[in-house]
Design a protein around this ligand. Structure first.
Ligand code: SF4
Length: 57
């Protein structure tokens, strides 16, 4: 399961850049999960998110 806490997402775009099949930026500049599947790049994005608001489990 992959989740983004959109309240705390700062909209840096890193996750969508690293893992575009999983994350996309919405019209408000927040990350949304478009494919709820745990992949290596989704894990990388969770590790590298500067505000640690991505949960992957
Ligand atoms: S890496 Fe984190 S802060 Fe940056 S857009 Fe993705 S969820 Fe938001």
């Amino acid at each position: 399961m992959i989740k983004v806490d959109q309240e705390k997402c700062i909209g840096c775009g890193l996750c969508a850049g690293l893992c575009p099949e999983t994350f996309q930026m919405n019209a408000d500049g927040k990350s949304i999960v478009i494919k709820d599947q745990v992949t290596d790049c989704a894990k990388d994005a969770a590790e590298q998110c500067p505000v640690s608001v991505i949960t992957v489990k």
